[in-house]
Design a protein around this ligand. Sequence first.
Ligand code: COA
Ligand code: AMP
Length: 631
Amino acid sequence: MTGEYDRAFRESVSEPERFWGDAAAKVQWYRTCDRVLNCENPPFFRWFEGGEVNSCYNALDYHVGNGLKDHTALIYDSPVTKTIKKYTYGELRDLVAYCAGGLRRTGIRKGDRVVIYMPMIPEAVIAMLACARIGAVHSVVFGGFAARELAARIEDARPRLVISASCGIEVNRIIAYMPLLESALGLCSHKPSACVIVQRPEMNAVFPDSNYISWDALMDAEPAECVPLAATDPLYLLYTSGTTGKPKGVLRDNGGHLVALMWSMKNIYDVRPGEVFWAASDIGWVVGHSYIVYGPLFYGCTSILYEGKSIGTPDPGAFWRVIDEHKVAVLFCAPTAFRAIRKEDPKGEYIRKYDLTKFRMLFLAGERCDPDTLLWAEQQLGVPVIDHWWQTETGWAIGADCAGLELLPVKPGSCTKPVPGYDIRVLDAQGNELPPGKTGNVVIRSPLPPGCFTTLWENDKDFINTYFSAYPGYYLTSDAGYIDTDGYLWIMGRTDDIINIAGHRLSTGAMEEVLSSHPDVAECAVAGVRDPVKGEVPLGFVVLKAGVTKDQEAIASELIALVRQKIGPIASFKAAAVVKRLPKTRSGKILRGTIKKIADGVPCQVPATIDDPLILDEITDTLHGLGYPRQ
Ligand code: COA
Ligand code: AMP
């Protein structure tokens, strides 16, 4: 070990201004900042105040003028449409400039919000960068969300424009977007002034009125140049699940984000400009923002936009084909992808069919990677496999093995060590720091490093209440975990109602709201239970209103359909059961944790506070009926 990690970490927490000031020198500024860090109004820390910058310029124009004009910036690889299309930095810059010109012509100005509800197609990336080019704030909504979720985001962000597509493609089915979009707009009191639609060859959308324009019409414009923006101006708004049904609008600035992602490409992922970096995520999630779009392009890499799943049929070697064909150096995906691959190809036979000699490292995030999957991946691929910990709020890794600084020994199940910039502590309920090995609330001492969210969209109050009020001076991650005697970080699970389903963040509280809206349901509980591929899946229990005599299986099917319709297929809500009562404490609190433990087969003592221990027998029987083994 070289000690490089320790040196960088120490400097980042003891002299953050010097550390991040040095990192900022790698960025192209119109004007350098007056002040690296402004701590005058905690927890509203401001990075690089006075600096002027443009994220799109750093992602494209700078490289076009500096030798990478003909280098591939983006590879669109879409097994679902059997398409591979490559864009050089020069081509992508030109397309983005036309799109930015089109946005201007439709009246989009700096600070206006643009909602992007799109599948994984190049136009989505072009639209994001075009917003960044003229200072509009994009808000990408994941294509697997249903109309109601889209509506909630449109209502909160109040966009001037929505950009969408005629359809998405999910392996073997085409999903028409127009009905979803129209139904969402019908639910909103806010009306965007126009909707732009990319017509995909697989399905043509019929525009209901003149407020809809085609992507081609948008692109038929004078190209627009990058505009200088304040480093503290917002780049994007991204909604994420909170503990209520109302999603939280995470707001990210331009300057801090740019500096942090540039730093991470070299120091965490250890890639070199020109190499191929593949984040197998979706642009609707934070990983897609940071490492499909911005990070790799800021750093002059080739990024892959992959429209497909981790396993193809009949070929479970879908990922290896991409790595081989495009010479991927670093892959970033969720552990669920590897559990799915391993299930189909336990001996790794398909891995050996491909040439992976350029492949150097695998990074996993989105949920804790079980040591078994990590070791399997390491053994099969013969490259370092690094689990690293993230949140939408931070926008980049909090805990990782920073391979570009020095590769520390991997401890499977841990996220290695705090990334420079993140001063992590583990506290008990009273705010006392816990000794090594003791599990508690994982918090980060303020200020958060550059790149982390600066507030919640038009909601400073919830920003403070949700994240900075439990322990003054610390950001509450809502993750539980511990630091071991070697300083390794172990993130074991959420302390709130968020669950991670196939690496996607969803709230069980939001699902309970949907179940409660069913006319026959008196009360309900949703717990995240263990799943061999997706990590966790939701499981719903409902108690019916008195006098309801309807068939219970029919009600369960209605509930499953309701969650799919209101939240979306991505919730993977596929199991619901009717029970006579829910297990509760004597004070009326539903024991969701106990339901989860029974379903997971984890030995659990009957909580002393339970009002009626016999009810657990009914829950156990019901779970058994749903296919969960009896313990
Ligand atoms: N639009 C519409 N529907 C979508 C969608 C989208 N953009 N994305 C997913 N869905 C649907 C799926 O079709 C599926 O519907 P179904 O219930 O009718 O089958 C449902 O939402 C759940 O999707 P998903 O969680 O992706 O499960 P899956 O069974 O289709 O695939 C994996 C499982 C593991 C193969 C897949 O999730 C995968 O390849 N993951 C790796 C990618 C990754 O790393 N993601 C994490 C982001 S950091
Ligand atoms: P998201 O905001 O969707 O990125 O989800 C963030 C949450 O996912 C975190 O708060 C963790 O609970 C979980 N998570 C992400 N990466 C990891 C990881 N490597 N190990 C453990 N949990 C993780």
